[in-house]
Design a protein around this ligand. Structure first.
Ligand SMILES: [Zn+2]
Ligand SMILES: [Zn+2]
Length: 470
């Protein structure tokens, strides 16, 4: 991708090194002569007369890298305009059009990668600016900038994310599609989610062939940046059909729109409330809790009193790990509990007591077995809902489901059910059952495939999702 440091670049670097040496010599000399001259020498080091702001900043970085420190209050030079910094209160995005200047990137039939990258990058910049983002471009023109310099500037800018735009090439002209890269060896930065969202949204806006999201990016721009970073290859210049599209303003516009949507979703994810009914069970609930714990996610569990009595330790663990506990019922027997308002309240109170005694939680939320409106409670559901609301309890139905309460559920199908039923909603209450083996087995994969959602627990501030009662 990046070939080499240009001749001019080398010359600039040499000159800087020379100035550094000169400054250090002055410093050492001053140290020999005595205290008062030291301050003067430090000034000479800190602000080389002919260094541009950019070079001075690099001097600064070099000093940090070599671990050299000078005691005293050293005034370092201003960094100047060339290194734009993140503005307070704004989300700052670095857009990096790959290659430039003498480094053309890949080229085919007169189409040069560097030009396509820059055209798309400018569209992305304008759209993001229009949405209130601060955009810092690694280059605005057809100029050569070494990857080391791009990353160095990016890291110093304090920006929030780094997105690099490139084009692909391959010997086989039939190969086409979008590929996105990130550094999977670093789990601290949120690069994976950024890569997933940009990849997914760009596929959506272009209809391009979906190639891999690769986590083995040993690339400088994804590996050496300190902020979440990814690199998207928006198409193959070696594929004649795709090449033709990649130079058309309409297609570039679609790509830019996808990248922008991905970035915006990264910063403003939708909300999903994971809810698990019918537990706790020993092994299956533990599996669900393990996945949530590893991901730092909190969920809401609607417990069955009978199961709490059978598995009190698991009920305690749910509470101890910070999840929200709600009431489902004591006995999951529709025919008994839905006979009348009284029978429902009786069962509910029993569950409430068991859960309180076992976990210490005084539950405020509940979920009707089978949902607030079902085949067993049509005659009494409205009355029960009114009674429970009057008692200060809040019930939640759901607007998406894994549909895992079936015979022999298949993990892949459960994932598909959950994803399809979200319908892209801003707020999703997802129904699942922690008692189901397949649910625990596929939960991690499912969460991996929902990068546009941030998981939250139900709270009383949330407008509850209710089925329509007649
Ligand atoms: Zn490239
Ligand atoms: Zn249930």
């Amino acid at each position: 991708m990046y070939r080499r440091v240009s001749y001019m670049q080398m010359k600039k670097k040499k000159a800087r090194r020379k100035r550094m040496i000169k400054a250090w010599c002055a410093l050492i000399m001053a140290a020999c002569i005595g205290g008062t001259s030291l301050a003067l020498a430090v000034n000479a080091w800190a602000a080389p007369e002919d260094a541009s702001a950019e070079e001075a900043a690099e001097l600064n970085v070099q000093q940090e890298e070599t671990g050299e420190t000078i005691s005293g209050n050293v005034a370092l030079p201003e960094t100047g305009e060339e290194m734009e910094k993140k503005e307070e209160g704004k989300l700052a995005v670095i857009i990096d059009p790959g290659h430039g200047g003498e480094d053309e990137g890949c080229a085919k039939e007169g189409v040069r990668e560097k030009d396509v990258n820059l055209a798309i990058a400018k569209l992305v910049r304008d759209k993001l600016n229009g949405m209130g983002y601060q955009v810092i471009m690694t280059r605005e023109e057809d100029a050569y900038i070494a990857k080391e310099e791009r990353v160095e500037n990016a890291n110093a800018s304090n920006a929030d994310i780094y997105v690099s735009i490139h084009q692909n090439t391959f010997e086989d002209g039939a190969v086409e599609g979008i590929e996105t890269w990130y550094d999977g060896s670093d789990s601290v930065r949120d690069s994976k989610r950024l890569a997933q969202l940009i990849h997914q949204e760009t596929i959506n806006t272009t209809g391009a062939v979906q190639r891999q999201i690769r986590d083995d990016a040993q690339l400088h721009v994804t590996g050496k940046t300190v902020m979440p970073a990814c690199l998207i290859e928006t198409g193959f210049l070696s594929n004649p059909g795709e090449r033709e599209k990649l130079v058309s303003p309409e297609y570039q516009e679609q790509i830019a729109e996808g990248i922008v949507r991905g970035i915006d979703l990264y910063f403003h994810p939708k909300t999903m409330y994971l809810t698990f009914d019918d537990g706790p069970y020993v092994e299956n609930t533990a599996r669900v809790l393990d996945v949530l714990k590893a991901r730092g996610i909190k969920a809401t569990f609607f417990l069955v009193g009978e199961n709490v009595e059978k598995n009190p330790e698991m009920a305690k663990r749910i509470a101890e790990e910070g999840h929200t506990i709600g009431i489902h019922c004591y006995s999951h027997d529709y025919k008994t509990i839905y006979q009348s308002v009284d029978s429902y309240v009786q069962d509910f109170e029993k569950a409430y007591q068991v859960i309180k005694e076992t976990t210490g939680v005084e539950a405020q939320f509940f979920r009707f077995p089978g949902g607030s409106v079902n085949a067993y409670n049509k005659k009494v559901c409205k009355e029960i809902a009114e009674e429970m609301t009057a008692r200060g309890f809040i019930y939640y139905d759901w607007n998406a489901s894994m549909e895992d309460a079936v015979k022999n559920p298949n993990p892949e199908q459960l994932i598909a059910n959950a994803k399809e039923s979200t319908l892209g909603r801003e707020k999703v209450v997802l129904l699942a059952h922690d008692v189901v083996y397949a649910t625990g087995m596929c939960l991690d994969d499912l969460l991996d495939q929902l990068p546009e959602y941030r998981m939250e627990v139900l709270t009383e501030d949330l407008e509850p999702v209710h089925f329509q009662m007649k």
